[in-house]
Write a protein that binds this ligand. Structure first.
Ligand SMILES: C[S@@+](CC[C@H](N)C(=O)[O-])C[C@H]1O[C@@H](n2cnc3c(N)ncnc32)[C@H](O)[C@@H]1O
Length: 377
């Protein structure tokens, strides 16, 4: 399969080189990156079908209602019909939204002049339940014809379970604003991951590749030697996914997450999955760890899954001072992970293997998992 706008669009890096070639680049990248540790580097876990995996799509519109992704590093929209990383329904929904915006003369935001209203449309898809969520990001608290828009769109696509209007008035490249109103449905969708059910709202983080995420979590948890009486910290926990999946194997899990909407979702997910032994704390992970270390809190194991920028020196110092027997480090930014792993080594935590996952096929990004343990163990 070929993409005809690959040279212009910033969405992926290797789409026209072929999947196997992209995996070879990634294997080499990870081998070079982790070389200095002299550990076993497994070949990247690939997908059987690497197309159409993205469950989150962010689209921008031109004044003439053409739409697409931005050219890398610019605000130039590269119009497209079908993206090979999206499923067909996602792109059909976007097409319909553009037609409706045009029909209702909805004013599109002009980033240079700061005029107009609609900035982006964010589409999210729950693969297991086939539910879709649409978030319309606007500078305004309402938009012309919104009721009819919602009615027509959901009639054409009954898979759309909710439509949210997010208001972002700021002069920023951050897509979502703080304020939200539900135009249709409940304001969230529900997906299933590793046998549990998860509520996803527009502002919460959710892994963009459902099947690879299941494989990644299964691998990560299988590396850990979880015991029935373990206390586990799940740091940077998002909506609580991996901690909840681990909860049935241990005594207690504490999830720590900075985004308050994600923590709200996590608490609902806890109830929906009937889990009693997991608690969520809305806090900065570094501050939480420093306090926990100061209070000499006891933990057996730590899971950490920070954003691409990695963790902090203070987090790592505090985590090591708590002397957990194992730390599972999941990363979507292997370069910052390597930086952090060097620090872990300094504090007595080493790892023997790296497991790369192709979480973002055809892009240059790789997800990696390492299990750290104390050198004396
Ligand atoms: C890569 S995601 C992982 C989420 C979750 N483990 C998952 O697999 O869905 C990183 C998460 O860290 C959160 N985060 C970012 N910075 C943080 C910080 N300083 N303290 C706590 N959480 C943070 C983000 O909101 C996001 O939910």
């Amino acid at each position: 399969m070929k993409c005809y706008i690959a040279n212009k669009c910033g969405g992926c890096d290797y789409i026209n080189q072929g999947y196997q070639a992209s995996l070879e680049y990634k294997n080499k990248y990870i081998r070079d990156l982790f070389k200095e540790f002299k550990v076993k580097i497994h070949p990247i876990q690939q997908m059987n079908d690497p197309y159409g995996y993205r469950n989150k799509v962010i689209i921008a519109f031109n004044k003439d209602y053409s739409y697409g992704l931005y050219q890398e590093g610019t605000h130039k929209i590269i119009p497209y019909e079908h993206c090979l990383l999206h499923n067909e329904i996602e792109d059909n929904i976007i097409k319909k939204i553009a037609q409706l915006f045009k029909r209702y003369h909805v004013p599109i935001y002009d980033i240079k002049r700061h005029t107009g209203e609609i900035r982006h449309v964010v589409l999210r898809y729950a693969k297991k339940t086939e539910q879709y969520m649409i978030t319309i990001v606007s500078t305004s608290e309402r938009f012309k014809g919104s009721k009819n828009f919602a009615k027509e769109l959901t009639k054409a696509f009954p898979q759309i379970k909710t439509i949210v209007l997010n208001t972002n008035k700021r002069d920023t490249v951050v897509v979502l604003g703080n304020r939200e109103q539900v135009l249709f449905g409940k304001g969230f969708i529900v997906d299933e991951l590793c046998g549990l059910s998860f509520k996803i709202s527009s502002k919460s983080f959710y892994q963009i590749n459902h099947d690879q995420c299941e494989a990644l979590y299964a691998k990560g948890l299988s590396l850990m030697h979880l015991q029935k009486d373990d206390v586990v910290l799940d740091t940077y926990c998002g909506i609580g996914t991996i901690g909840m999946i681990a909860a049935s194997q241990v005594e207690r899990v504490i999830g720590v997450e900075k985004n308050k909407d994600a923590v709200l979702d996590a608490n609902i997910n806890k109830k929906a999955n009937n889990l009693q032994n997991i608690t969520f704390i809305n806090a900065d992970a570094t501050e939480y760890m420093q306090e926990a270390s100061y209070e000499k809190m006891y933990v057996d194991k730590i899971i950490m899954d920070p954003p691409r920028t990695g963790s902090t020196k203070e987090f790592i110092q505090a985590a090591c001072s708590m002397q957990p027997s194992e730390i599972l480090y999941i990363s979507c930014g292997p370069e910052t992970q390597v930086r952090d792993l060097k620090l872990f080594k300094k504090y007595g935590y080493t790892f023997k293997e790296v497991f790369p996952f192709d979480m973002f096929p055809f892009t240059k990004h790789v997800e990696t998992v390492c299990l750290l343990s104390r050198k004396d163990k």
